[in-house]
Design a protein around this ligand. Structure first.
Ligand SMILES: Nc1nc2c(ncn2[C@@H]2O[C@H](COP(=O)(O)OP(=O)(O)OP(=O)(O)O)[C@@H](O)[C@H]2O)c(=O)[nH]1
Ligand SMILES: [Mg+2]
Length: 488
């Protein structure tokens, strides 16, 4: 009569003899003594003769042959009508098998636990280990994946020597085999695998189980095969075997591969996504090609220059006048130039790391506008461009009070070299509420101290869209420059 040994994780394993709990601690081992293993009375072959067991062990022949039937098997898969019979030879019950390493014996004898499972109930997940038993030599557990509720726990078998582990896992060095367990006498691979679950003829395919023909898959030691790819299929792991720290799972192929219709649908969806992405990218490129977002700063300047040159009258002999645009970084030099040239404002302009230049043809006058970046390391170059300039435009951030002194010092140092150079100071960012007025900036920058020999102008400006038609429009600068350069 079968004896219930435990209700663990929805799985009952019945044992005809002693209770066995998957997680029960190992019983204490006796001191070393000679031991004999006895073959179980399974199959026709008589048990082999007593094999001396020099290692200390208390192995006792024991069979697990319980059955627990819960829901029916999942559609499309039927368990074999007759479960694989345990081979003749040495059959070790699982609890005995787990003691092999502890007893000093070798795990080189592959011990299999045979499970067949069925659909996993919704929301139930059980790791392979939960169904199996701790195998000290394997550092993991063998068991059925997929959280099967129906388990047919067959007696454990040793695999024949022809059993090959999965090639995907590194082969650990084989522990020394105990002569008492060699050779494995009577388990032979089947000649014909089941038609629906036949092994792959591909030599690179994972090995298949000799009796069921099911493919084997590498299994992460200590991992949860049931919770992984096997869970959805439900009860997919039919055989699990350990060999010297290796664990393989034989699973029905049909449960591993998605249905064909689903695969086709996935492919079609993937192709549609790729096509849609390409179309969106092309549309994005086309849309932003002619806008400021899509054009780099350099290409913008090139476009501006080209337009200006095209607009210049053919054969024009007008002399080019150079306007030098300087000021601390962030003051708005590039914004002003952009505004003057295109009469549009940009919200974001990258800092000028070298210089920018633009040519402007206004009212028969050719202007060469040159901006040198205002960061500290570039200010040393400012003076090099002074000698060729006809007008100096110095842009000041009217909000940046903290650096007004720096701006004043830089400006005065520059103009000390060129006492007659016309100067236009732009009190920029006048659109901001906390901006200093032009009068306040005149004081702060000490413009009155710059001498009376030069022409000096102070313009409140704002290089924003909103200021396009206001009194602070940068466009006033353009008119002023035309006036100044026309005179010189
Ligand atoms: N509100 C406001 N922001 C401005 C104005 N002018 C420029 N800005 C902003 O100030 C920031 C700096 O402007 P830039 O034109 O790059 O300053 P820059 O003087 O060229 O700076 P560097 O190239 O680093 O020397 C940018 O974010 C501009 O959008 C303005 O009149 N009003
Ligand atoms: Mg700039």
């Amino acid at each position: 009569m079968l004896q219930g040994v435990g209700e663990t994780w929805g799985c009952s394993i019945m044992s005809p003899t002693a209770p066995m709990s998957p997680m029960s601690p190992m019983p204490p081992m006796s001191p070393p003594s000679p031991h004999r293993l006895h073959s179980p009375a399974v199959g026709a072959a008589p048990p082999p003769a007593a094999i001396p067991c020099p290692a200390p062990c208390h192995l006792r022949q024991q069979h697990l042959s319980g059955r627990v039937h819960v829901p029916p098997l999942q559609q499309g898969w039927e368990p074999p009508a007759t479960p694989p019979q345990p081979p003749q030879g040495w059959d070790l019950a699982w609890d005995e098998a787990t003691r092999l390493p502890a007893a000093g014996l070798s795990w080189d004898h592959r011990v299999l636990c045979v499970f067949s499972g069925t659909k996993q109930p919704e929301g139930r997940g059980h790791s392979a280990g939960q169904y199996g038993h701790s195998v000290p030599g394997c550092q993991t557990r063998c068991g059925a994946g997929g959280g099967s509720e129906q388990l047919q726990h067959q007696p454990h078998h040793r695999l024949p020597p022809s059993f090959s582990p999965s090639p995907h896992l590194p082969v650990p060095p084989s522990p020394p085999r105990h002569p008492s367990l060699l050779p494995l006498p009577s388990l032979h691979p089947p000649t014909t695998p089941p038609p629906t679950l036949g092994p792959s003829p591909n030599p690179r395919s994972p090995p298949t189980h000799p009796t069921s023909g099911l493919p084997s898959f590498p299994f992460k030691l200590g991992g949860d095969a049931g919770g992984g790819r096997h869970r959805r299929g439900g009860g997919v792991a039919h055989l699990a075997g350990c060999r010297a720290g290796r664990l393989h799972i034989w699973a029905a192929q049909r449960r591993m591969a998605p249905p064909r219709a689903l695969r086709d649908l996935t492919l079609a969806l993937g192709a549609a996504v790729v096509a849609l992405g390409s179309l969106l990218f092309i549309a994005w490129k086309l849309y932003f090609r002619d806008t400021e977002l899509g054009a780099s700063w350099d290409s913008w300047w090139e476009r501006e220059v080209k337009e200006l040159r095209d607009r210049a009258p053919p054969g024009s002999t007008v002399e080019w006048k150079q306007v030098l645009v300087l000021g601390l970084d962030g003051a708005g030099k590039s914004s002003v130039l952009h505004y003057i040239c295109s009469q549009t404002a940009r919200k974001r302009i990258p800092p000028t790391l070298g210089f920018n230049s633009a040519q402007l043809h206004v009212e028969g006058l050719e202007m060469d506008l040159l901006e040198v970046g205002g960061s500290q390391n570039l200010r040393a170059y400012w003076s090099h461009y002074l000698s060729g300039a006809h007008v100096l435009v110095f842009v000041v951030d009217s909000v940046d009070r903290e650096r007004l002194l720096t701006a004043r010092q830089e400006l005065h140092a520059l103009l000390a070299q060129e006492p007659r150079l016309p100067l236009v100071v732009l009190a920029n960012k006048q659109d901001k509420s906390d901006a200093l007025s032009a009068e306040e900036l005149r004081e702060e920058l000490a413009l009155q101290a710059l001498g009376s020999q030069r022409e000096l102008f102070l313009l409140p400006t704002s290089a924003t869209w909103a200021s396009l038609s206001t009194a602070t429009s940068v466009l006033h600068l353009r008119s002023l420059l035309v006036s100044l350069l026309s005179q010189s």
